[in-house]
Design a protein around this ligand. Sequence first.
Ligand code: PLP
Length: 263
Amino acid sequence: AEKTDKSSKPPVIVCFSGLDPTGGAGIQADIEAIKANDGHCASLITSLTVQNTHNVKRLEPVNTQLLAEQTDVLLSDIQPNGFKLGVLGSSENAALVADTIKQFPHCPVVLDPVLAAGGGTALATIQLIEVIKHQLLPLTTICTPNTIELQQLTSKQSINQAAQLLLEQGTKAVLATGGHLLDSANTIQHQLFTSNQPAQTLFSPRLPGEFHGSGCTLASALATQLALQKPINSACQQALDFTYQSLLNAVQIGSGQLIPTRR
Ligand code: PLP
């Protein structure tokens, strides 16, 4: 029998991300996480990377003209329901992303400010960080920095002060993820900041091991939940739970960091 029910179209999340050949992070993480959360990922690749499960050796931004053409043609046809921004590759590509998402003010935008790989390699230049702060944050629904990224973006030591600064720069919410804080043994504490409510603490059980692509998994699951019209608090909790499950079932594909299983 043929199935032609076009009314059950999944929400379309347009992802601006890098390609990680290991399949752990970047666009492949986005595709898998969005699919598992009942969305459809449309992929705009901002950069290619040279890496394995140990570290990123090199990042090569995609030509901005090509990315602009892909974006134009895609969005002349497909109506997005949300955006997820990961590795952007260059300040020029990031400026193009800002110009693009401006045209869809009704869409939730999740900004994962990826500044460095787990192994330490920088994935953003100073110029790119400037575009993130001044052009992208004002268009962002929720920004999902870890504590290292928070400090790098704001030069503030306190999570609270750093998050407030990002809110002042225009993002409607900040989910400060606590995976890099080693103060609590069994649980990870995350904090959700919005401008009109007191900060809320969310929890995930802590797992042993190092993972490749946990941030991408979280941000993409969150973008899908928001596109499905979930309120921000429950969208965050659901995305954190999904990420925990993905890490719990992670697999050793290479000899370095584990790769999440997103299903
Ligand atoms: N995107 C790409 C293309 C990457 O290579 C990386 C890290 O290596 C990331 C995103 C961020 O990964 P994570 O989700 O582990 O922070």
